[in-house]
Design a protein. Structure first.
Ligand SMILES: [Zn+2]
Length: 114
């Protein structure tokens, strides 16, 4: 099971690299990595209750428990530190990344803005 997951990750990276090498015109057809049913942990490896489907994950704000949603990808809401999901109640900022060291796991990063 673990070997298959590693192979799938490697295949995704190869497809992504091929598309990037093909130039910007090919970016419209970039495959979206699915994170359906992936686990989620925070920066301290604590499990985060979540609902992960397609390339998005719903979770509770780490600060106030308000519902939040983040989507994988550099141009997506909650996909990078530059484009974080922002809690609509307390404005806490979060983003997700695939954990390359742990199969089928998303890591949730969070920061406070003053
Ligand atoms: Zn909040």
């Amino acid at each position: 099971m673990m070997a298959l997951e590693v192979i799938q990750s490697q295949a995704f990276i190869e497809v992504w690299s091929a598309i990037r090498n093909a130039g910007r015109d090919a970016l419209d057809c970039v495959p979206v990595m699915t994170i359906t049913d992936f686990s989620c942990v925070d920066e301290r490896d604590r499990p985060v209750p979540r609902d992960a489907i397609d390339s998005s994950v719903a979770f509770s704000c780490p600060r106030c428990a308000h519902p939040m949603l983040a989507t994988l990808g550099t141009d997506q809401h909650g996909g990078t530190p530059e484009r974080p999901a922002r809690c609509r109640k307390c404005r806490f900022e979060c983003w997700i990344e695939v954990d390359r060291l742990t199969p089928q796991t998303i890591r949730l990063f969070a920061r406070s803005i003053s």
